[in-house]
Design a protein around this ligand. Structure first.
Ligand code: MN
Length: 345
């Protein structure tokens, strides 16, 4: 993603932070969102299944502000085995979370975070379909807006950037809890400020968040620098069968591999970051078998190939350099179809 030229041209003051990085969203849409939230007594929040730091962090950050406004808040995500991924358990605000079974069946107002499609809401799809109003807060370019109101900005490096705007527009202020949630989203989606999406606006937001006194070292350790021992063993297996085919590098992890060490699926999140470092490859792929036996396919590009388009053609979606999809085929068939689509890209 090319840094937005608008970001280079200006140095937002603290007051300008209200709108920095959000110009793809019309003012009228923000106003409508604030109005809908103002009118609601209970607000149901959701994010995509198997949430990452951006999805869960953005949702909880806004939840804090809504609670401080006196709203009843329920928050969830639609996984059949409802559990916060271990590496996100340090996030404050988890008392707002309820399992999908306890989620309102037909909320008056629902807000979704970082979910690029209706399908990504998993078990919360029915509630979403029955909600009177659904505000979609997201930054995926593939998001066509499945709600009644879109707060979608594909130039934002993270949904957390839009969540921050929503916090201000609701009259909220950053405190350490809100900032910790937003920071988790920002560092997750920029790969700790390493990806090309790391614009000046990203660092300016980080400065506002860090100024609340949050512990960047502790957050980094929770998110990236720890694993159960079993991860090392599963990693060893995955790296043992890693394959380089021209400019494509790929590997896979089965649920049997994980079961041998009692390793939860969510622990595989960082595996793609090890595989994608391969100098010889432009595209990296990791197939991860989930607990239901489906292959969750993570892909990364160094820029020459739009893996977002490749994954969209295979029923998924994402960004130019980071995308994914679900496959119910075998490993061999999944890779055959992937190579076919990659050849067209
Ligand atoms: Mn995101």
């Amino acid at each position: 993603m090319t840094p937005d030229v608008r970001d280079r041209a200006e140095r937002p003051s603290r007051a300008d932070a209200r709108t920095a990085g959000s110009r793809a969203i019309p003012e009228a849409a923000w106003d409508r969102a604030v109005q809908l939230i103002g009118q609601a007594d209970e607000i149901a929040l959701s994010c995509h299944v198997t949430p990452d730091g951006d999805a869960l962090g953005s949702m909880l950050a806004v939840g804090f502000v809504l609670r401080s406004m006196g709203k009843r808040v329920v928050a969830s995500f639609g996984d059949s085995h409802f559990a916060v991924p271990r590496l996100l358990r340090f996030l404050p605000g988890q008392e707002m979370l309820v399992p999908p079974a306890d989620y309102p069946a037909a909320p008056d107002l629902m807000i979704t975070f970082d979910a690029s499609t209706f399908e990504r809401l998993g078990l919360l799809r029915e509630s979403t379909a029955r909600a009177r109003e659904v505000i979609v807060v997201d930054h995926h370019p593939s998001n066509e807006g499945f709600g009644t109101l879109s707060l979608i900005d594909s130039t934002a490096a993270a949904t957390a950037m839009l969540a921050e705007q929503l916090v201000y527009r609701l009259g909220g202020r950053l405190d350490r809890d809100i900032a910790t949630c937003l920071y988790a989203g920002l560092v997750t989606d920029t790969g700790s400020f390493k990806y090309s999406s790391t614009t000046p606006a990203v660092h300016q937001m980080a400065a506002r968040l860090v100024a609340t006194g949050l512990r960047t070292d502790e957050i980094a350790r929770e998110l990236w620098d720890r694993s159960p021992f079993g991860y090392l063993k599963v990693l060893a297996g995955a790296l043992d069968r890693v394959t380089l085919e021209g400019e494509l590098v790929w590997t896979y992890v089965t649920r049997v591999d994980r079961a041998a060490y009692g390793l939860p699926y969510a622990e595989l999140e960082g595996l793609i970051d090890i595989v994608r470092r391969t100098d010889e490859a432009q595209v990296a792929v990791v197939l991860k078998e989930d607990d239901q036996g489906a292959w969750q396919v993570s892909t990364r590009s160094k820029g020459a190939v739009d893996v977002g388009a490749v994954c969209a053609a295979l029923g998924g979606g994402g960004h130019h350099n980071a995308a994914g999809y679900t496959s119910h085929d075998s490993v061999e068939e999944t890779m055959a179809k992937f190579r076919r689509e990659l050849g067209k890209a």
